[in-house]
Design a binder for this molecule. Structure first.
Ligand SMILES: NC(=O)c1ccc[n+]([C@@H]2O[C@H](COP(=O)([O-])OP(=O)(O)OC[C@H]3O[C@@H](n4cnc5c(N)ncnc54)[C@H](OP(=O)(O)O)[C@@H]3O)[C@@H](O)[C@H]2O)c1
Length: 254
């Protein structure tokens, strides 16, 4: 037996927000380690393409559309996972939005609602659905994607940062409640990762240079940097890790 076992063979994983960016990288990473990955996001067509590409690389992927703010769609997702795949071992709560960038005192109420609905309530409900299935299985691993903005709020992103802080708290709360059932719950707090989500933050040389200055490793993050942490947290190598917040930010918060 190796000291650290990252193998995910025979595990069933749900990764939401998996049609691109960090979620797609995590789904690909899990599939590489042998898991069957249920990939979800709002658009079936994008998921079909990612699933086909994972299968072409020899992995197992099942694409099922599910809006991260719609409980009825979540219910139907987890019902299908149980009926078609027999249960669940891993959940990655990753889909999030950030519809408003600007002074918090001017944030329209609808943007605050939308942010809380998907980034916080959506995460909570996904954990409820997933944990019920994991309990039947005798355990599992839940990984919530927070952000360093959840530790130190970003200017002009107060509502988003607030939800990311909430994710850290709910991670610890669920870790305490679900630990006795063999379910580990952890969070990942990435720094700037180059995806469509963060593109506007580094779309000029000046903005990019300002970020790089704050990142001691002198590069920005890539989706695979987060995927590697998720593989660890999903695997038996992390069997004593629960309630933790893994910061993946090239040292920016140091
Ligand atoms: N990129 C960064 O710098 C960074 C840093 C810290 C934390 N994060 C966190 O990392 C996570 C992923 O971000 P990313 O950069 O990978 O973003 P991204 O490239 O924009 O991908 C977002 C994914 O979420 C899906 N999605 C968006 N809204 C959804 C909803 N309401 N229901 C279901 N799926 C939804 C999108 O697909 P559809 O549009 O098809 O639904 C897509 O698959 C987020 O939680 C984000 O807060 C990102």
């Amino acid at each position: 037996m190796p000291i650290a076992n990252f193998d995910l063979t025979n595990r069933i994983a749900v990764v939401n927000g998996a049609s691109r960016g960090i979620g797609e990288a995590i789904a690909r990473g899990f599939a590489e380690q042998g898991a069957t990955v249920v990939i979800t996001s709002r658009r079936q067509e994008s998921l079909d393409k990612v699933a086909a590409s994972i299968r072409e690389s020899g992995g197992k992927a099942v694409p099922i559309a599910c809006h991260g703010g719609k409980p009825a769609e979540m219910k139907s997702l987890f019902t299908r996972v149980e009926q078609e795949l027999g249960g669940l071992d891993i959940l990655v709560n990753n889909a999030a939005n950030n519809p408003y960038f600007g002074p918090a005192i001017d944030a329209p109420e609808s943007t605050i609602d939308k942010t809380i609905e998907v980034n916080l309530k959506g995460f909570f409900l996904m954990i409820q659905f997933a944990a019920r299935l994991m309990k039947k299985r005798g355990g599992g691993s839940i990984i919530n994607i927070s952000s360093i903005a959840g530790i130190k709020p970003s200017i002009h992103e107060v509502a988003y940062s607030m939800t990311k802080a909430g994710i850290i708290n709910l991670t610890k709360g669920f870790a305490k409640e679900l630990g006795p059932d063999g379910i580990r719950v952890n969070a990942i707090a990435p720094g700037l990762i180059e995806t469509g989500f963060s593109a506007a933050l580094v779309d000029t040389e000046e903005k990019r240079a300002s970020f790089l200055n704050r990142y001691p490793v002198r590069r920005l993050g890539q989706p695979n940097d987060v995927a590697a942490a998720a593989i660890y947290l999903a695997s038996d190598a992390a069997s004593f890790t629960s309630g933790s917040v893994m910061i993946i930010d090239g040292g920016a918060m140091a």
